[in-house]
Write a protein that binds this ligand. Sequence first.
Ligand SMILES: [Zn+2]
Length: 382
Amino acid sequence: MIVRCGVLYDGSLAPPRRNADLTIADGRIAEIRDASGAFDLEAACVTPGLVNAHAHLEANGEPDTMAAVLGTTPTQRMLRAAGNAAKALAAGVTTLRDLGASERLAIDLRDAIDAGRVPGPRISAAGNVLCMTGGHGWFIGRAVDGPWDARKAVREQRWYGADCIKLIATGGVLTKGAVPGIAQLSEEEMQAACLEAHHHGMRVAAHAIGTDGINNALRAGVDSIEHGHMLDDDSIALFKARGAYLVPTLTAPTCILEHAGDGSQPDFVVRKAREVNAHMVESIKRAFTMGVKIAGGSDAGTPYNYHENYAYEVELMHRLLGMTPQVALHAATAVAAELIGLHRGVLEPGEPADLLLLDRDAGEDVRALVRPRAVIKAGTLA
Ligand SMILES: [Zn+2]
């Protein structure tokens, strides 16, 4: 298959290529050269498929996430997750990291997608989150208390088929009673989990909003901080010293607050989202300007944050953080892919043929990524 590209962004920060033909063979990119001769598909703009480094497929953007998980059966949630995977793919997300699900739902869904039984992105699944007893996310979590228990919990998730590990380093917005600014799993517990996970080649993500929890997790050796909305100068120094990534999930508080006035969400959710949002933009912007690696991830599934709206995260990185559209696209493709580790997220010979066909130049307007004209995953039109 030959795709004629008006302008081609390869996912890197290199200047885009104009009037190019991208050839796909056996699900991979075979060649990119100057346009000439016949072609099969044509688009004004071609980009890599989007990579969402933080999503929860079983959650559907319901106004009360905790109630939506606790009030449904595993089979209902699995059907919802399969529907969300299909919607994410159709909207251009070709790779997704599920950072916490109940049961073995995201792991089983990953396998069903890989086997071609249902449509969806390539998935890296964390399994259950590892949280302290009664900690944030307990309703999709495995309670962990003490370093040896943390090691055991990592071994369990690996045994169940998880690709990566998710730790809960602080309270969070969507769990009743959890305070986002307060640390939860200890540095010792997280360090034990990181040692065990890295020993098995699994990457570790930490949910961390408050400063102490962010810095505990970075010292413990996590590969990414999720949210990171209250970081300080020590955090930035730790990020850079450890080479850790920051996944800002700007969409999550933004969508909660966009619907704050309609009374649909629990009061504790709106109140905590306001507290977090007061620090978010300044913290993340500071990290970005100081050179911390920012990887795209939206926390899709949280209130009013739909799996098909990942382009909104790219728009917010551009609008709120001051990234150029191309830098925001880079964060939501190559950088996020590098963090997940399934592939490189760039359009180069030998890489998987995951790409979007757009009607407008995404480097001029990030909103060109909303509703792509066509999505190709592994060389096949989705
Ligand atoms: Zn999350």
